[in-house]
Design a protein around this ligand. Structure first.
Ligand SMILES: *Cc1c(COP(=O)(O)O)cnc(C)c1O
Length: 391
């Protein structure tokens, strides 16, 4: 295979066997695998409860509902993330209030968060962008001081730590996601984590059509269908995760350490190889050993702009090197502009960063030769841009 994809899931015989074994059982939803998977993720985040859901986006939506975020409320969040981070506020009729980012960490600028708080602020949704947890502790302090709920969108940072605290342990609740490009995958899926018993129960009910929560977890699936199965206490959703996905998730969680260290290895290869590329800004990580690498994103220096960056991406792809423009700013997406009238220049740091980022191929089994190939091709593309500038 000559092409190098942007990302690739890491599935071994262990995962395949776990899925096949599950398929031979009668219980394909809401069984022991869901419970075990929830336990493993919650444990890793240092939380009492895990609630498996069908996607990270579903988890963010449920948390907005469970925290009582409503029309007229404001939710403070970042313009530099995957859209789901801000969409969850829109799902419940609230307004996302964007705050510009720190150009070093690419996370919310902590100093600007406090100034954005108003009497209408109901929640802060903060992200560990590309897996970097820097600043989450400070945002937690601000949220606590103002008695506002902090939701940790930790969809990109499973297994990471900030000092001695695990990612997923900040604020009222967090959400992990397991789409195939994340650190671990369940195909589609996610887990909400929290220490709050009532919030956990509410999320369990909401993900399951508003049914009363299963007091006896072992009896939650098939047998319960006669009793409370058609009783709905509130408007709920079907955001459940299947046993098949949970089985895949358990097998992945059991290999998490190995996978995180593979990702650190690949990040290290890139760091060393790109260290003296003067046209690039490399990821700025305070605690490299504690970081959970989601993607490897470089940024062109500010002598380049959107046109050059997009041409470099096209050039890399033409040479079968997978890459992406993580992330276009959320506030400049067409529907956001239409709803809130955002113009270019509203969040200058996020915009400036987002015009110059390139996510390079990044997955557990990426080999040194492939990193070399990606970096050499990138070098050619950058040199080409410099020549074009002079012409
Ligand atoms: C992946 C991701 C999500 C949502 O994930 P899905 O499971 O695809 O719904 C949310 N927020 C961030 C920051 C993500 O990277």
């Amino acid at each position: 295979m000559s092409s190098i994809p942007l990302s690739r899931p890491d599935i071994t015989d262990r995962e395949i066997d776990a899925v096949i074994t599950t398929l031979k059982c009668d219980r394909l939803s809401m069984g022991p695998r869901q419970a075990r998977f929830e336990e493993l993720v919650a444990e890793r985040a240092g939380r009492r409860h895990g609630i498996a859901i069908s996607s990270g986006t579903a988890g963010l939506h449920l948390l907005m509902l469970a925290l009582g975020v409503q029309p007229g409320d404001e939710v403070i969040t970042t313009p530099f993330s995957f859209v789901a981070t801000a969409n969850c506020a829109l799902y419940v009729g609230a307004k996302p209030v964007f705050v510009d980012i720190d150009p070093r960490t690419l996370n919310l600028d902590v100093d600007k968060v406090e100034a954005a708080i108003t009497p209408k602020t109901k929640a802060i949704v903060a992200v560990e962008v590309f897996g970097n947890p820097a600043g989450m502790d400070k945002i937690e302090q601000i949220a606590r001081k103002h008695e506002i709920a902090l939701v940790e969108d930790c969809c990109e940072a499973l297994g990471g730590k900030l000092d001695s605290r695990p990612v997923g342990s900040f604020g009222r609740a967090g959400v992990f996601a397991f789409y195939p490009n994340k650190q671990i995958t369940t195909g589609e899926g996610g887990v909400i984590v929290t220490d709050d018993d009532n919030l956990a129960d509410l999320c369990r009910s909401l993900r399951n059509q508003g049914r009363p929560i299963e007091k006896d977890k072992s009896d939650a699936g098939v047998t319960n269908r006669t009793g409370s199965w058609l009783q709905h206490e509130r408007l709920g959703y079907n955001y459940r995760l299947s046993e098949i996905s949970a089985a895949l998730g358990i097998a992945q969680m059991e290999r998490l350490e190995e996978m995180l260290s593979q990702r650190r290895r690949v990040a290290g290869l890139y760091m060393r190889r790109l260290m003296d590329f003067t046209d690039l800004i490399l990821p700025n990580v305070d605690q490299p050993d504690l970081m959970s690498w989601f993607v490897f994103v470089v940024r062109l220096t500010d002598q380049f702009g959107l046109t050059e960056r997009d041409r470099v991406i096209t050039g890399l792809r033409r040479h079968d090197i997978g890459c992406a423009n993580y992330f276009p700013c959320i506030h400049l997406q067409p529907y956001m502009r239409e709803m809130f009238g955002y113009q270019k220049g509203a969040f200058p740091i996020a915009e400036s960063v987002s015009q110059r980022t390139i996510a390079l191929p990044f997955y557990n089994r990426l080999e040194e030769m492939q990193v070399e190939l990606a970096c050499q091709t990138l070098k050619i593309m950058l040199d080409r841009e410099k020549l074009l500038k002079r012409a």
